[in-house]
Design a protein around this ligand. Structure first.
Ligand code: ADP
Ligand code: NA
Length: 330
C-alpha cells in the first residue's frame, strides 16, 4: 500500500534547535521517513511575519537545514526543502486567502496571542494570514497527515475547512488532511522553571538547552536544573516536575523506558541522575554538532541538496497549483 504522505515544517527563527524542538518534533521526522512519504520544509516565508533581518534569516534557514540533515534526515528517503524555493506556496496562499473569512482568520488563537504581544503597530497582515499560508503548505502536497501539537490544532482545522470549501465551490482539488498524533513525542520543560515549556521565547538562558551551544555549557545546565527538596527519584509530573522532566529527557535520548530508569536509579540521588544525564546529552550533542558543521562548511553541497529538494517538492506542488488555478478560473 502507498505510504501516507506527511507534511511538516519548522521556522528558521533561531540560531540553534533546542532540546524541545528535537525531542518534541524533529526526532519524529527522522522516524517518519521510513513509515511515510515525508515532506519537510524550512518555512522561511512564515519567519518574516514578525519582522526580521535578511542576513540573519538566510543564515538561520541554512542552519536549520544543516541541523535537519545532521539529525538524520536523508534526502533520498524524504523531501527536504526551503519554502521560499517553491513559489507555489505563496501562490496558493493568495487563492486560499480569498476564500477565508476575515472573522474566521481573526479567531485564530495564535494570532490573537501574538498580535496582542506585538501591539497593533507591529502586527502585520502577514501574521494574520499565517494560518492560510500554512494551509497552502499542507494542501499543495495533498498531505494525508500533519503532525500537530495542541497549539496547531486550530490551524489544521482551518486547513480542513478551506480544503472542503474550495473543493465544494470549485471542484475536487485537495486531499483532506488528518491530524497525526505522534505517540511518543516528549514534551520538554524549562530546566529552571519546569512548569513551563522549554522555548526560545519564554525560557531563560539556563532553562533551555541549545543543541549548537558548547556541550560543557549544556552539561552545566543539566547539573543545575531545578528539582525539589525531596530525595527520591520518582516520575511525578505534578509534585516533581523537575525530576520528571530530567527522566523524560533521559528516556528519550537513550530510548529507555522511564520505568527502567526508575529501577536503575532506585536508592540513588538527584546528583547521580543529573551527572549521568549530562554525559548522555554531551554524547548525543557532540556528533550532532560535528555533522551540522560538515554541512555548514560546504555551502555548495548544502545548496545542491536543497535545490534537489525544491525540485522534488515542485514536482508535486506545481501539479496541485495548476489544478487549483484551472478550477478557480485562471
Ligand atoms: P519555540 O516554542 O521554542 O518557539 P517552535 O515554536 O519553533 O519552538 O517549535 C518548533 C517545533 O518544536 C514545534 O513542532 C513544537 O511543537 C516543538 N517544540 C517546541 N518546544 C517544545 C518543547 N518544549 N517540548 C516539545 N516540543 C517542542
Ligand atoms: Na512556539
Amino acid at each position: 500500500a502507498r505510504r501516507p504522505r506527511v507534511l511538516s515544517g519548522i521556522q528558521p527563527t533561531a540560531d540553534s534547535f533546542h532540546l524541545g524542538n528535537y525531542l518534541g518534533a524533529v526526532r519524529n521526522w527522522v522516524a517518519m521517513q521510513d513509515t511515510h512519504d515525508a515532506f519537510y520544509c524550512v518555512v522561511d516565508l512564515h519567519a518574516i511575519t514578525m519582522g526580521h533581518d535578511p542576513k540573519v534569516l538566510r543564515n538561520r534557514s541554512r542552519i536549520s537545514a544543516a541541523q535537519l540533515l545532521a539529525v538524520g534526515l536523508d534526502p533520498e528517503r524524504c523531501t527536504l526543502f526551503v519554502q521560499s524555493h517553491v513559489p507555489e506556496h505563496a501562490q496558493l496562499g493568495w487563492v486560499l486567502s480569498c476564500i477565508t473569512g476575515f472573522g474566521e482568520a481573526g479567531r485564530m488563537v495564535q494570532f490573537k496571542d501574538k498580535s496582542a504581544k506585538a501591539g497593533q503597530d507591529s502586527t502585520t497582515v502577514g501574521l494574520f494570514s499565517y494560518p492560510i499560508l500554512q494551509a497552502a503548505d499542507i494542501l499543495l502536497y495533498q498531505a494525508d497527515q500533519v503532525p500537530v501539537g495542541e497549539d496547531q490544532r486550530q490551524h489544521l482545522e482551518l486547513t480542513r475547512d478551506l480544503a472542503q470549501r474550495f473543493n465544494t465551490r470549485f471542484g475536487r482539488t485537495f486531499n483532506m488532511p488528518s491530524p497525526y498524533i505522534v505517540k511518543d513525542t516528549a514534551k520538554i520543560f524549562d530546566l529552571q522553571d519546569p512548569t513551563i515549556k522549554m522555548s526560545k521565547s519564554a525560557s531563560s538562558p539556563n532553562g533551555i538547552i541549545e543543541l549548537l551551544e558548547d556541550p560543557a555549557r549544556s552539561a552545566k545546565k543539566i547539573k543545575s536544573a531545578v528539582t525539589d527538596t525531596g530525595r527520591e527519584i520518582l516520575y511525578d509530573e505534578e509534585n516533581k516536575p523537575g525530576v520528571s522532566n530530567l527522566l523524560t529527557i533521559y528516556a528519550a535520548l537513550t530510548n529507555r523506558a522511564i520505568d527502567e530508569l526508575l529501577e536503575a536509579y532506585e536508592g540513588r540521588g538527584y546528583g547521580d541522575l543529573k551527572k549521568d544525564l549530562a554525559e548522555v546529552l554531551v554524547e548525543f550533542v557532540k556528533p550532532f554538532q560535528e555533522r551540522t558543521k560538515l554541512y555548514l562548511d560546504d555551502p555548495a553541497q548544502l545548496d545542491k541538496v536543497l535545490a534537489v529538494g525544491a525540485e522534488k517538492a515542485r514536482a508535486v506542488s506545481a501539479v496541485t497549483l495548476a489544478r487549483a488555478y484551472q478550477n478557480v478560473g485562471f
